[in-house]
Design a protein around this ligand. Structure first.
Ligand code: NAP
Length: 330
């Protein structure tokens, strides 16, 4: 019987949670057609939320968190996959209601499994992970709404985070002029290195009073922050500009008005990586293996943590203390 290590979150009697490295056996894994020998996982903001005492994302306990994994198929009862296939699994219920990627093995439904595209390694795939996938989906949605490099500057909020860093690098690679906003004073050079043309302090996007419409500044916005930042970004979009919203680190309430939409023809598009349909999912990973593959930037953006270091990293990501991407080598 194969024993392996996993980070496990367990609910204690006082309703707080305990996160510890445990030894599990394959029998402990949930049902699913595909058993994956996990090589890499990655740390996303949602993984931080999964280890909170009153987690808004975990459906049941005990849970192995980790919304991302890449690895090699060990066993498959589904004709689409065979032993030895290189695969990626992200989102769905992984790491929230179904044991996830912070473990050396995972058993998952075949419908969640994406074959690793050619030109992408298992490690690279996790440097992107859900954050890179979400950044790519945001960039693709901007393109689909007609935001092309010649239309003007694209703003990326929360720019030193996972989604933000990836979006900055991808937009720069595609030839866009990128304005990156951050709350981290010490990371302006980092943002310039990964492709920002201009770095803005976070406060500039959170003025005391947000006007219904203000001076036009951006043709497009990639926004993993939400809240007042999104309200300001909408009020400063160019005519016909588009904001792609994916996150909530700055809050869930958006104090905006109808004016950006009815006076500037602004578009607000929502980005969902969790239940993104499989056909679309494969297209996004294909782009990530081709023109959105920011190969030269990956070493600057990512660093590795071990399973033992994970609990600390998960606390740091919720405090906005993580820069770029952290990947987990299993
Ligand atoms: N819709 C989807 O499918 C999807 C997929 C992935 C992620 N998300 C969401 O997107 C967000 C970012 O995820 P991530 O994994 O990139 O997280 P992350 O690496 O922690 O990045 C978040 C960044 O947001 C900024 N930030 C934090 N607190 C803030 C505040 N109070 N006001 C303004 N900015 C703040 C920080 O960047 P600076 O210090 O540079 O400002 C931080 O690094 C999360 O809300 C996550 O749940 C959604």
């Amino acid at each position: 019987m194969t024993d392996f290590k996993a980070l496990m979150v367990e609910k204690k009697q006082d309703h707080t949670v305990n996160k510890q490295i445990r030894t599990l056996s394959l029998d402990d894994l949930p049902d699913g057609e595909v058993l994956v020998n996990v090589h890499y996982s990655s740390v996303n903001y949602k993984d931080g939320m999964a280890v909170l005492d009153n987690s808004p994302v975990v459906g049941e306990y005990p849970m192995v968190p980790g919304i991302d994994l890449s690895g090699v198929v060990e066993e498959s009862n589904d004709a689409r996959f065979t032993k030895g296939d290189y695969v990626i699994v992200t989102s769905y219920e992984l790491g929230t209601s179904h044991f996830g990627g912070f473990a050396e093995y995972a058993r998952v439904p075949a419908d969640w499994v994406v074959p690793l595209p050619e030109n992408l390694g298992l490690k690279e795939a996790m440097i992107y992970g859900t954050a890179g996938f979400t950044a790519a989906l945001s960039v693709i949605r901007l393109e689909e709404e007609g935001v092309m490099p010649e239309k003007g500057t694209v703003l990326v909020t929360g720019a030193t985070g996972g989604v933000g860093s990836m979006a900055v690098a991808m937009l720069d690679q595609l030839g866009y002029t990128v304005a990156a906003s951050t709350g981290k004073q010490a990371e302006h050079d980092y943002l310039k290195r990964i492709g920002a043309d201009q770095v803005l302090p976070r406060e500039e996007l959170q003025p005391e009073k947000i006007r219904p419409i203000d001076k036009r500044r951006w043709a497009g916005v990639v926004d993993p922050v939400g809240g007042e930042t999104l309200a300001y970004a909408l009020s400063t979009l160019e005519y016909g500009g588009t904001a792609a919203v994916s996150g909530l680190t700055g809050g869930t309430k958006v104090p905006t008005t109808v004016y950006p939409f009815i006076i500037r023809g602004a578009n607000l598009v929502g980005i969902d990586s969790v239940y993104c349909p499989m056909e679309r999912r494969k297209q996004v990973w294909d782009r990530l293996s081709k023109d959105l593959n920011v190969t030269d930037m990956l070493e600057t953006i990512a660093s590795e943590v071990t399973l033992d270091e994970l609990p600390d990293t998960l606390e740091q990501i919720l405090q906005a203390k993580v820069r770029g991407r952290k990947i987990v080598r299993l």
